[in-house]
Design a protein around this ligand. Structure first.
Ligand SMILES: [Zn+2]
Length: 293
């Protein structure tokens, strides 16, 4: 028995070192990066609400993500689990089965979702956060979930949320003003991350080349894409920092279309202004790439 107890203690020590467990206060776990930044702004410096994200998800979107042991430990200690929803978290059933009591809130609730094409893995495109007006709805959902979790902090949570929402409005204005005068509005992307952004600011995503991380572009796909890009006047090809750009380089070599980088805000610094900075950088890249013929 003593041995067993010692082993259990050792285990819990290891776990508590790797995954902080808070005996007091409320533990909020988010599924991925943009939600972390949004929730961080709403929580501000309230000491009794701790925030963490799924442990091994440091690389980007959650497509095909599987929960790991560390996530199970985090979720077992969570009072609230904030998810993106709209089909982003394919592991949701596993989490719900393991933690049927865990309060799980979909932050995309209330957003006008874009349907995926027939045959896609999920019914809707899940990259809602890339339209700052959707980000505002997500922040409102986060605020509502947090005020019901920690009603003692209602006033502070509402004030923090209001401040951040104002900043997101300002960001939306900057994007509108910056992108409105662009004559060229066609883009090609390599991950289906930008339809909400494109809808908000009147860009046309003329093609999306979705490839698995290790998958190369087939000669047939390349030929079709080259044709499409040429017909459209060789608009810029936007890769992402988190995804490979070999296919983009191949199309660029054939068409002369420039290769640029747009950031889908799924990784980045853990700072309150990170989402705004990423989006402003995207604005800069778009103005520079689409501003002149
Ligand atoms: Zn994605």
């Amino acid at each position: 028995m003593k041995k067993l107890l010692a082993a259990l203690c050792a285990c819990s020590l290891i776990f508590s070192a790797a995954y902080p467990v808070f005996a007091e206060g409320k533990n909020v776990v988010v599924s991925f990066y943009p939600l972390y930044i949004f929730a961080m702004n709403v929580i501000g410096d309230i000491p009794d609400i701790s925030l963490s994200r799924l442990s091994s998800n440091q690389t980007g979107c959650l497509h095909d993500y599987q929960l790991v042991t560390g996530d199970m430990v985090s979720l077992s200690n969570a009072d609230l689990f904030l998810i993106n929803g709209a089909g982003m978290e394919g592991f949701l059933e596993t989490a719900a089965e393991a933690f049927p009591e865990l309060r799980t809130v979909s932050c995309s609730e209330g957003i006008d979702l874009i349907k995926n094409d027939e045959g896609a893995e999920t019914e809707y495109n899940a990259h809602v956060w890339l339209d700052p007006c959707n980000a505002i709805i997500m922040v409102e959902n986060i605020r509502n979930a947090l005020t019901s979790l920690a009603p003692d902090y209602r006033e502070q949570l509402e004030k923090n949320a209001d401040n951040y929402i104002q900043r997101l409005h300002d960001l939306d204005e900057k994007l509108k003003t910056g992108l409105a005068p662009l004559e060229n509005r066609d883009i090609v992307t390599f991950h289906e991350a930008f339809p909400y952004f494109a809808r908000a600011y009147g860009l046309n995503v003329i093609a999306v080349i979705s490839l698995e991380p290790d998958e190369g572009i087939s000669p047939r796909m390349l030929a079709e894409l080259v044709e499409k890009v040429r017909t459209a006047g060789s608009p810029p090809l936007f890769t992402e920092p988190q995804y490979q750009s070999d296919a983009a380089l191949a199309v660029s070599a054939e068409t002369g279309a420039p290769v640029r980088e747009l950031d889908p805000a799924v990784t980045g610094p853990m700072t309150c202004d990170a989402y705004e900075n990423i989006m402003l950088k995207n604005l800069e890249v778009l103005v520079e790439s689409l501003g002149t013929k």
